[in-house]
Design a protein around this ligand. Sequence first.
Ligand SMILES: Nc1ncnc2c1ncn2[C@@H]1O[C@H](COP(=O)(O)OP(=O)(O)OP(=O)(O)O)[C@@H](O)[C@H]1O
Ligand SMILES: [Mg+2]
Length: 355
Amino acid sequence: MEDAYLVLSKLTKTYPNQPRPAVRDVDIDVARGEFISLLGPSGCGKTTTLRMIAGLIVPTSGGIRVGRVDMTNRPVHKRDMGMVFQSYALFPHMSVGENVDFGLQMRRIPKSERRRRVAEALDMVHLTHLANRRVSQLSGGQAQRIALARALVIEPTVLLLDEPLSNLDAKLREELRVEIRRIQQETGITTVFVTHDQDEALAMSDRLVVMSEGRVEQVGEPWAVYETPRNRFVADFIGRTNLFDGLAVGRDDGLLRVAVEGLGTLSVRTPETGRTSVTVMVRPHRVQLEPVEQLANELKGRVVQSSYLGDVESVVVEVDGVRITAERTHSGRPLALGAEVRLGWGDTDAYVIPQ
Ligand SMILES: Nc1ncnc2c1ncn2[C@@H]1O[C@H](COP(=O)(O)OP(=O)(O)OP(=O)(O)O)[C@@H](O)[C@H]1O
Ligand SMILES: [Mg+2]
């Protein structure tokens, strides 16, 4: 990337006495002002990567650069990065204002400037009225806002967030999600956000980094990762999905014909892959139940599962031993178990996973 600001190159960490690296050859370029999320299942190396950026963990090999400065061997306090963790990690014996002020005091900033910057930071998280509170008297959401203010007040080069919302209830989490993104955009601060919540990552990020077993599986804009996953792992991890393994049996005019056991021959509009073994992905919201128009792929099956979620109804239909998940948004009364239904999707509603 031309305008890369935070650059991780071949970053690798093997913990003592461990057979395999927890993080392996991670290459990520983050542009200035970009919000990037590290996303992946538990244990895939997200926290380890973030802590190496912060300087809390020494990499086994590889490097970290911010702007033109090599950070790889710099101690934490000389990196000027802001960090927010899952647990609030505020100083319990200090007031809210003193917590936010702490980093400025450490940096020997003059008192009048400190006062102004603490006020600004508290204003940014909308908690000016709590400046004199003890931190033990804060709710979880308030404590995380203060942790954010404390990280931002030093005007860090990079903001690092490790699952800062995961201790909060669902509604508050969504609220703070919007809040963090607003503050990040207002301040233009380069941010790396760690989460295993894909909705959070999709909603907040400029780009996602999907990780698995210490490696980067895919980097891209949320829509691109969702619509065009590079491999089976990413397709399965991001969003709900149907995956059908089959054999490419023919091709004409941009249309690939794929034979799938139980489903017959599917039609997918796709560029030439040159492969015979292929996996076809169809997202549940692309599957139409009782379609009114003619579709390139039409099947008949029986409803074996139905979950009514209010805004959407998730239905599993079994077609000759193959289970297909569909989502209906125009619900009304949910489909009955055992009901026979027609279902289908167009040739552009499916996608062939490249590897
Ligand atoms: N101090 C350590 N010593 C040895 N192994 C460790 C240490 N810390 C983490 N690991 C291992 O390294 C791997 C990556 O851990 P890491 O904490 O980075 O994962 P994560 O993606 O943040 O997971 P989670 O979503 O559960 O927070 C895991 O297999 C973990 O068991
Ligand atoms: Mg973690």
